[in-house]
Design a binder for this molecule. Structure first.
Ligand code: PMP
Length: 365
């Protein structure tokens, strides 16, 4: 509606208005239950129907096979940085491999250092995290328990377009998909674990989704806190303790909406179109706008860019905000601008942004 802005935030991020309206209509009295989802017992039949539908809709969206379990957890993707080594390594002496393609995979490896022996087999740091390596030239450790990647670096805007084959003995690939989860079809069978915070593409903050291959469950180190042990959550259908009920409900509404749009094949087409017009505007600006990221790995979700005349950046953000395009400031660690254009950002939002960018350039170029 006219009083909503185009919100380019990296997360928590914009949600589909249709989903917010539906939640609004059901807020006070969920489907005749006489109460809101926030007030329900997580063990009652109403909430069970909500979580079961959310799970099965997500399974449909990603064609998740019965070899995998979907978990709705808490603690954000950050908690998974610890849970993964705790569940996949037998002891602190086990080796694991990490590709460091940006700030998030860097944080993941630093947390893993507390629970195992991670090898950084490639880092893009010296090139300011603008690249993804050629997989054939990677030297993976055969005794590593898993290979970890961040499929989309939210801050640096680099996205894997395909995935390395894990050459470790266990053949396990683990991916942080926080910022491109459900933005395109993914072959889940290539991964041992996929995890994502919900607050970018699929819901509010407070829900962390983990999709894990069943044979990897039940091997956590003895010191693993209960809440980080995948087995506890898998055995209890994500209802071991009180889950983030309302957040799971919202994710369920988003999954329903994604299915209604025709599933992830259709969603990806829209995302490609949006990213295309934005990158094109940057590339055709004659250097007025710049994207630091190597073209082949530019993210469809997070588009960082700078102005050649960096002194104009503040003005750019201020003027955009006046025109109801908000949260365009780049992450404090890299500066510049960043437009996050997740699933729920409509094409109209990106069209408005590129029209503004062209106009801004005409006035200041
Ligand atoms: N990984 C990625 C790729 C992220 O973008 C984020 C959040 N911005 C995180 C991990 C951390 O997620 P959370 O805040 O849910 O712990």
């Amino acid at each position: 509606s006219s009083d909503r802005v185009f919100n380019f935030a990296a997360g928590p991020a914009t949600l589909p208005e249709i989903v917010l309206r539906k939640a609004e209509s059901e807020l006070v009295n969920w489907r005749g239950s006489g109460m809101s989802v926030m007030e329900m017992s997580h063990r009652g039949k109403e909430f069970r129907s909500i979580i079961e539908k959310a799970e099965s809709d997500l399974q449909s969206l990603l064609s998740v096979s019965s070899d995998y379990v979907v978990l709705f957890l808490q603690g954000g993707a950050t908690t998974q940085f610890a849970a993964i080594p705790l569940n996949l390594c037998e002891s602190g002496d086990d080796e694991v491999d990490y590709l460091v393609t940006g700030s998030w995979s860097d944080k993941a490896v630093k947390e893993a250092q507390k629970f195992c022996k991670p090898n950084v087999i490639w880092s893009g740091k010296s090139e300011k995290y603008t690249k993804i390596p050629d997989f054939d030239s990677l030297e993976q450790n055969s005794n590593a328990k898993y290979l970890h990647i961040c499929a989309n670096e939210t801050i640096h805007g680099v996205e894997f377009k395909n995935y390395p084959v894990p050459k470790n003995k266990a053949e396990i690939l683990v991916a942080d998909m926080s910022s491109n989860f459900c933005s395109k079809p993914v072959d889940v069978s290539k991964f041992g674990i996929i995890y994502a915070g919900a607050q970018k593409n699929v819901g509010p903050s407070g829900v962390t989704i983990v999709i894990i291959r069943k044979d990897l469950i039940g091997k956590a180190q003895g010191i693993t806190p209960l809440m980080l042990d995948y087995k506890i959550h898998a055995d209890n259908g994500s209802l071991y303790n009180t889950p983030p009920c309302y957040g799971i409900y919202m994710c369920g509404l988003v999954f329903e909406d994604l299915l209604n749009q025709g599933g992830l094949v259709e969603v990806e087409k829209k995302n490609i179109r949006k990213a295309q017009i934005l990158y094109e505007t940057i590339d055709k600006s004659g250097g007025f706008y710049r994207s630091p990221v190597e073209k082949s790995v530019r993210s469809l979700m997070n588009v960082p860019f700078t102005l050649e005349k960096s002194e104009l950046e503040e003005e750019f953000i201020k003027e955009a905000s006046k025109e109801k395009m908000v949260q365009l400031k780049g992450h404090r660690s890299v500066g510049g601008m960043r437009a996050s254009i997740y699933n729920a950002m409509p094409l109209a939002g990106v069209e408005k942004l590129v029209a503004f960018m062209k106009d801004f350039q005409a006035r200041h170029g």
